[in-house]
Design a protein around this ligand. Sequence first.
Ligand SMILES: [Zn+2]
Length: 126
Amino acid sequence: MIIFASLSDRPAHRGRVVTCCVTLQGRPDNIDCLTPTAALVYGYKAWQGDDRFTGQYQPISQGEYIRGYAGVLKKRGAQVRAFIDSLDPNKDITICCFCPPQAFCHRQLLARWFKSYRPDLVIKLK
Ligand SMILES: [Zn+2]
């Protein structure tokens, strides 16, 4: 089973736990090819009015975030495909980020795309 969950939602985690977070890039358990860019993450937070990022990042809407993230994954196509192809339907893995459960973020987008690319996998979005 492939689970997309918040890093803080520990009861939802199964098997190997990995992340796809800008602030954790380069760490062994961060899947860098699935990590959105700082411009996308912080631009979206700026658009939402988060004081930490307004004025520092070009604000981008949810629609722009979705298109931008799709573009980033497309550019990293070979690495992204290699990661998705490496997933074993018999091994649990939890892919996390810091966003709270149910929040809009790249977990939702990844869950949707993984489902269409690997219909043999059981995918849970928490
Ligand atoms: Zn997130």
